[in-house]
Ligand binder design. Structure first.
Ligand code: FAD
Length: 310
């Protein structure tokens, strides 16, 4: 059995594994895809102290750093269930899709999240070529350009306000007949001179020239007319979905599926900690996930040293 079993091999999981292994305890990492969302990222310019890097490069550096330690890396392993310890301080079980199960005295959940797609032609083709999901990450790449934000909930309206300060023009596109963001955000958005708000609009296609985005089309749902907007970037903001479906019967999740954690990374289950995009920690970013993963590992270590010797 492990002392610390990390589920997830993104920035949070890698950081947790390194911090745990450095305490000299038996550490394992099971990940569906080591590297996580970082693998799908091109330019990374906000990983502090590194002016510019690329996702695949950072992902392989994460794996290399974990391999510097005695960590059992189980890549391409999907967890499908978590079974609490039968007795306080006992072994916690993580069930894998392949039928095997892993046992550990403590577990760190770091399964991350995924952006919800709009699923229209051009979205996948132009991902990282104008189609973006993270305004904090990619906003500055569109300095002085025209962009659209798809989605008029809090995250879409926040993104539009944020981007309006950087880009030349923002078109906010909402499917519903009205925005769903908090009133204070809507007022702020309406006060900005370089933002156009389009409601009752169904985005139908992301247009491009083969190498980058050149526009998008949307259907006006009231008049059934299709309109084209010329632009260079499309930010999709229709939700970030935590990869926690497999945990819904075992740890406390919010309505949105985020794992509830306290300031030490503890979940509702003793001995089970969580970190990164899968949790309630605000602002889903690499550097934050790494900090939270490190913190969860230190909390797991603190938990372990208080257990009776096995
Ligand atoms: P993830 O990176 O999502 O990793 C989750 C891990 O868990 C993966 O290994 C996954 O395979 C695994 N997993 C999931 N479910 C299971 C399961 N059931 N069993 C086993 N393993 C599982 N952030 C920045 O700071 N700067 C940027 O420039 C930036 N750009 C981005 C660009 C894009 C296109 C995207 C999608 C995100 C970007 N982000 C950026 C956000 C950043 O990637 C995330 O905040 C960060 O990766 C979260 O780390 P994490 O470890 O919590 O989760």
């Amino acid at each position: 059995a492990f002392d610390v079993l990390v589920v997830g091999g993104g920035p949070a999981g890698a950081a947790a594994a390194i911090y745990a292994a450095r305490k000299g305890i038996r550490t394992g990492v099971a990940a569906e895809r080591f590297g996580g969302q970082v693998l799908d990222t091109m330019a990374i310019e906000n990983f502090i102290s590194v002016s510019h890097t690329e996702g695949p490069k950072l992902a392989s550096a994460l794996e290399q750093h974990v391999k510097d330690y005695d960590v059992d890396i189980m890549n391409l392993q999907k967890a499908v269930g978590l079974v609490p310890a039968k007795t306080p301080g006992g072994l916690i079980e993580v069930k894998l899709e392949n039928g095997a199960s892993l046992k550990s005295r403590s577990v760190i959940l770091a399964t991350g999240a995924r952006w919800r797609n709009i699923n229209v032609p051009g979205e996948a083709e132009y991902k990282n070529k104008g189609v973006a999901y993270c305004p904090h990450c990619d906003g500055p790449l569109f300095k002085g350009k025209r962009v659209a934000v798809i989605g008029g909930g809090n995250s879409g309206v926040e993104a539009a306000i944020d981007l309006a300060g950087i880009v030349a023009h923002v078109t906010l596109i909402e499917f519903d007949s009205q925005l769903r963001a908090d009133a204070v955000l809507q007022r702020k958005l309406a006060s900005l001179p370089n933002v156009r708000i389009v409601t009752s609009a169904l985005t139908t296609e992301v247009l491009g020239d083969g190498s980058k985005v050149t526009g998008l089309t949307y259907k006006d749902r009231n008049h059934d007319q299709v309109h084209t907007v010329d632009l260079e970037g499309v930010f999709v903001q229709i939700g970030l979905v935590p990869n926690t479906e497999w945990l819904k019967d075992s740890v406390a999740l919010t309505q949105r599926g985020e794992i509830e954690v306290d300031h030490r990374g503890e979940t509702s289950l003793p001995g089970v900690f969580a970190a990164g995009d899968a949790t309630t920690t605000p602002y889903k970013q690499i550097i934050i996930a790494m900090g939270e993963g490190s913190k969860a590992a230190l909390s797991a270590f603190d938990y372990m040293i208080r257990l009776e010797p096995a």
